[in-house]
Design a protein around this ligand. Structure first.
Ligand code: NIG
Ligand code: FE
Length: 423
């Protein structure tokens, strides 16, 4: 058993359901708290009165009045990829639109080329580094999508990489099949035929081998239409997969309305969602996953989180890490953008990256808040006030990360490497 004592702010977040409206502001903070871990679970926590019988603990950790939060959850990433699109980034800086680059065979299709070529081991090693980086930012569970294969072998290769990394690493990985991420060059101009190929050839194998828990689709201009997306998602549902959708990112194609109609677990991006689309999401309890780093990188207007929260939509946040529209996994930048440009309060942003993010991947009963019986996935910050996550913007304040009750990242060890006597 491990006791963490002397916690200045225990940000429990609380609950095992997605939070909506005013509840998103309620972080259920306990000042001067303790927390007890047994094996991989949180078994108790509360205000420090007098801690008795200290001899029963295998380890006692002094939090030195600092902040403890639930581990962050990143519910939308594309972290398994090969290649580099920095030249494309420079083109975008000159004003060439993201979707134009894709239509000319670059963009997602350029990453597809590199990912097809990469060996399984190469892909595994590159992706593993990204996982380590996530942990250092306090992310203890991450969703990852395929979608850089667009053929059966490479889609399966990507999903197997995620499966293997999930086994090998401390971080938990939730896999999503995104075979309909773009129309591959073999099917140029034949998006319907490609959707049929995905439905008939790839989806059955993904489902049979249990390679993914969710199915996602890029429903947008330059990718897949409303009808194509609906057809694919319906088939995925029949195969037992849960549904997600990249909705109204580049243009409004009524993808948010489709999310509501199909009752997907989440709808992601929503930069161009209409009021009707948002109403459809709200009425069907779809989680809105917003991606501030993508809007920043695409230099687009941010999603209106404030409006969505006021409407009663549960809002989550994610990095969207990918080599094109959001080549960053900076949780500090993500949090700052959410409060500076999306109208979120610091409390709402924390809720969005914990319990609501857990809900976006159907894990709200196990993670996303500090609650008895939940996994001991915790972040210890190097500060005494969680507001410093926003006030001290762009800086990683994560000092230690515990996953399933085990210390998996320790900034002190990193620091020591830079001290003279160790060089
Ligand atoms: O979420 N929009 C589609 N997918 C990613 C971008 C992928 C890429 O550019 O490689 C996104 O923005
Ligand atoms: Fe994405």
């Amino acid at each position: 058993m491990i006791l963490i004592k002397n916690i200045g702010q225990l940000v429990t977040v609380g609950g095992s359901e997605p939070k909506k409206g005013k509840k998103m502001n309620d972080l259920n903070i306990i000042n001067n708290a303790y927390l007890i871990i047994e094996n991989d679970k949180i078994i108790d926590f509360g205000k420090i009165n007098k801690l008795e019988n200290l001899s029963k603990y295998d380890e006692i950790i002094d939090a030195e009045q600092k902040v403890i939060l639930p581990g962050f959850i990143d519910p939308h990433t594309h972290f398994v990829f090969a290649g580099d699109r920095s030249q494309e980034f420079k083109m975008r800086l000159k004003g060439i639109p993201y979707i134009e680059i894709l239509k000319k065979g670059g963009g997602i299709l350029s990453t597809v080329k590199a990912t097809r070529r990469a060996s399984y081991d190469d892909l595994l090693n590159q992706s593993n580094k990204r996982i380590d980086k996530f942990l250092s930012y306090g992310v203890t569970t991450v969703e990852g999508k395929s979608g850089y294969g667009l053929d059966k072998n490479t889609e399966v290769k990507q999903l197997k990489v995620m499966q293997e990394l999930n086994k090998r690493n401390d971080i938990d990985i939730v896999s999503t099949f995104l075979g309909a991420h773009a129309v591959p060059k073999e099917y140029k101009g034949q998006s319907e035929e490609y959707i049929d190929f995905v439905i008939n050839e790839v989806l059955p194998e993904v489902s049979e081998k249990k390679l993914a828990e969710f199915c996602d689709v890029f429903c947008d201009d330059g990718a897949f239409s409303y009808q194509e997306s609906e057809k694919l998602l319906n088939s995925a549902k029949e195969h037992g997969l849960k549904l997600k959708i990249h909705a109204d990112e580049i243009k409004n194609t009524k993808a948010s309305e489709l999310a509501g109609k199909l009752n997907t677990v989440s709808a992601e991006h929503l930069l161009k969602a209409s009021d009707d689309g948002l109403r459809s999401i709200k009425e069907n309890n779809v989680i809105a996953v917003l991606l501030p780093l993508t809007a920043f990188s695409l230099q687009e207007e941010y999603a209106d989180a404030k409006k969505m929260i006021e409407m009663g939509i549960p809002v989550a946040l994610a990095s969207d890490l990918n080599p094109g529209s959001s080549y960053s996994q900076s949780i500090p930048l993500l949090l700052s953008l959410a409060v500076m440009y999306m109208g979120m309060t610091p409390e709402e942003a924390i809720t969005a990256l914990t319990i609501n993010a857990a809900s976006a991947i159907n894990r709200e009963k196990e993670i996303g808040s500090i609650k008895k019986g939940k996994k001991a996935d915790l972040i210890l910050l190097n500060t005494t006030d969680f507001n410093h996550l926003f006030y001290n913007f762009g800086v990683n304040l994560v000092d230690k990360v515990y996953k399933n009750g085990r210390l998996v990242f320790d900034n002190d060890l990193n620091k020591r490497k830079t001290q003279k006597e160790d060089i």
